[in-house]
Design a binder for this molecule. Structure first.
Ligand SMILES: [Zn+2]
Length: 662
């Protein structure tokens, strides 16, 4: 029997479904995804869980506002979250929804165990209650007004089930002492220890004033309240009551934002202790990305969305920035300016440039095949040594969740290779036998370094390193590469390079920021305006021109048709748009002026071939932005075949630019 791989179970928080993901959620999830990929490459059997927290009064209200049943509302929300993670290339192994039957069963089972062990009792909860919103306002004092509707709060007492949290002060302190790594980083650990030393109050874990929740069996109208429900999702994702069969529980690490660490390091282990279940091994709290020194939130209007950044610069760029820019565990600043600066300096000029330079030199001098190194010189050995020792250092950094340091070490190797190429100047060596031999050694060395870099950076930059890997002619999947077997010297001479491609096209900073912001505005407007939060991607899948003849349900009057002004235009310039594979940016002479128009034809027309071509243009269409680029008009094209291939409408005779189509 083959030995079972060691397991590793990690989780993001179960995100609350009253809104869509912003950069904060993306950060936690990217960290988790990075560790998931890393542990896989270290040979672990890894399960990562994310999901959605779907109960509570806020969801009840949001669904009411949207005019749809709660169940439908949360299903839409869960789908939107799942779709975004998919789009961003983050694939969790388990996506748990707190409305899943399996989860409901697990919460009820956990409650039963805690109750049987004597840690649950019936009591009364008194708090400040808004009768208009039907909700208790936590931490409000008598006489205060409702923060939501501004009306006076009332003091209300209801019957609740309580969890005997007070009984766990000593067990928790003992546990923290015996497991000094349980709470990370260190500063958070001290904060929690101090909090628990200050004494713990029993916790109300059910409500009778909320309808949309998991029922307490046989105790209706009691439903479980927030944390007893949400935290249990980590367990229900990997088998719930049957967790032993799946073999994943306890979690090896829960990643959380620092604002929810108390619930994860006090309540959660206490619930599990009460139920006599194994405790998670670690809770890692990260800091916040701050904009103008404030935590991002929708209500502050300083929210940054991941999708526009991924569209413009690629998801790898966002992942790299988030993990490179801040020390994991601390707060960091976010600005588009520093994002684009890092993109250009570290990715376009750093990794991207080294890869394309190396490939081009091998292409030119060795017909696209990895050369066989000849006699080595001390500087070759020095670079090899640096790359080899980086392997050990980077793995150690990843193990400690020191992502910024890991990337720093990888990029130091890239910088050393740049310097090496600049000093050795393989392009100046000539084609004598000696020159070719020296070139072979230099280029093999650089290519081998690039291979090591791709493997080490893969957990953070999954897409672009896979491209480097393919460029180096590697046919095995980088995901399944075992980092423990990675050594200098494994690149086989004679390997044919893959097709070259631009990894990180350089972008112009001001333009890039403008386009990201513009796409973000489109997305925010399209989601905040609509009460139904689900789906509806911000950018249209088939942009601009490539619209053929739309299905017209009814006949229209000639006056209606006359409202559309179409003219003959001539294409003056055409270029591709970074971050938008389908779009071309055109300037078109329409007789009276030159217009900028975006057309969704990039996959079928080469920009150069379009210059001078005469096309039919709708000129009185309201200007709009596509992928953040302004488009002022529309080019007419037929939509052909099931894929809707665009074919530009044209003229068989020569026609004058600006002539009206009637
Ligand atoms: Zn109210």
């Amino acid at each position: 029997m083959p030995e079972r791989k060691e397991k590793f179970y990690l989780t993001t928080p179960i995100y609350y479904t009253n809104g869509l993901p912003h950069l904060g959620h993306t950060y936690t999830t990217v960290v988790c995804d990075t560790v998931r990929r890393y542990k896989r490459m270290r040979g672990y059997d890894v399960v990562m869980t994310t999901g959605t927290d779907e109960h509570g009064v806020n969801v009840e209200r949001a669904a009411k506002k949207a005019g749809i049943p709660e169940r439908e509302f949360v299903a839409n929300m869960a789908e939107a979250w799942r779709a975004l993670w998919d789009e961003l290339g983050i694939t969790a192994d388990e996506f748990v929804r707190t409305t899943d039957l399996e989860h409901v069963r697990t919460v009820q089972w956990l409650f039963k165990r805690c109750r049987e062990n004597g840690y649950v009792y019936k009591g009364h909860y008194t708090g400040q209650y808004c009768i208009y919103d039907n909700a208790f306002v936590n931490d409000a004092k008598p006489g205060e007004n409702c923060p939501d509707c501004g009306r006076p709060l009332e003091t209300l007492t209801e019957e609740n089930y309580f969890f005997k949290l007070s009984a766990f002060q000593k067990p928790l302190l003992d546990f923290y002492r015996k497991n000094p790594d349980f709470i990370q980083p260190e500063s958070r650990r001290n904060e929690i220890v101090t909090f628990v030393q200050g004494g713990l109050k029993d916790l109300s874990i059910t409500r009778t004033t909320i309808r949309w929740g998991i029922p307490v069996p046989g105790e209706e109208p009691h439903v479980f309240y927030v944390w007893f429900d949400a935290l249990t999702a980590y367990l229900s994702a990997v088998g719930g009551p049957d967790y032993e069969k799946r073999g994943m529980w306890p979690a090896d690490v829960h990643f959380v934002g620092k604002d929810i660490i108390r619930f994860h390091t006090v309540y959660w282990p206490a619930f599990l202790m009460a139920a006599m279940l194994p405790l998670p091994k670690q809770v890692w709290a990260h800091g916040w990305f701050l904009m103008d020194a404030a935590k991002m939130s929708k209500s502050k209007g300083n929210v940054v969305l991941p999708r526009p950044i991924a569209n413009m610069l690629g998801m790898d760029a966002l992942r790299y920035f988030m993990l490179r820019e801040v020390v994991f565990g601390q707060d960091g600043n976010f600005s588009y300016d520093s994002l684009v600066t890092r993109y250009n300096s570290d990715l376009a000029n750093g990794l991207g440039n080294l890869a394309s330079r190396t490939a081009a030199l091998i292409e030119k001098n060795f017909a696209g095949k990895v050369p066989k190194p000849a006699q080595r010189q001390p500087q070759d050995d020095a670079l090899a040594k640096e790359a080899q020792s980086a392997i050990g250092e980077v793995l150690e950094r990843y193990d400690k969740m020191e992502f910024a340091r890991a990337l720093e070490a990888i990029w130091a190797v890239i910088a050393a290779a740049d310097k090496y190429l600049t000093t050795e100047q393989p392009w100046a060596l000539g084609t004598s036998e000696e020159g070719q031999a020296r070139k072979a050694t230099i280029l093999w060395t650089t290519a081998e370094l690039l291979r090591i870099v791709a493997a080490l950076a893969h957990p953070v930059l999954p897409d672009s390193t896979a491209k480097v890997w393919a460029l180096l002619g590697q046919t095995t999947s980088l995901d399944s590469l075992e980092l423990d077997g990675l050594r200098w010297g494994q690149l086989v001479p004679g390997t044919a390079l893959g097709k070259s491609q631009t990894l990180f096209p350089r972008v112009e900073k001001t333009e890039a920021i403008e386009r990201i912001e513009s796409m973000a505005n489109e997305e925010l407007n399209s989601t905040s305006a609509a009460p139904k939060p689900a789906s509806a991607p911000a950018a249209p899948a088939t942009p601009a021109a490539a619209v053929g003849v739309p299905a017209v349900p009814d006949k229209i009057a000639i006056e209606d048709f006359a409202k559309v002004e179409m003219r003959v235009g001539q294409i003056k310039t055409a270029e591709r748009i970074v971050g938008a594979d389908k779009l071309l940016k055109l300037t078109v002479d329409i007789g009276t002026e030159i217009r900028q128009i975006c057309a969704g034809i990039a996959q079928y027309y080469e920009p150069e071939a379009l210059i001078g071509r005469k096309v039919a243009v709708v000129v009185n269409l309201a200007p709009r932005k596509l992928r953040g680029v302004e488009s002022n008009g529309m080019i007419i094209a037929a939509s052909v075949g099931p894929e809707g291939r665009p074919v530009l409408a044209g003229f068989l005779e020569d026609v004058e630019v600006g002539a009206r189509l009637k």
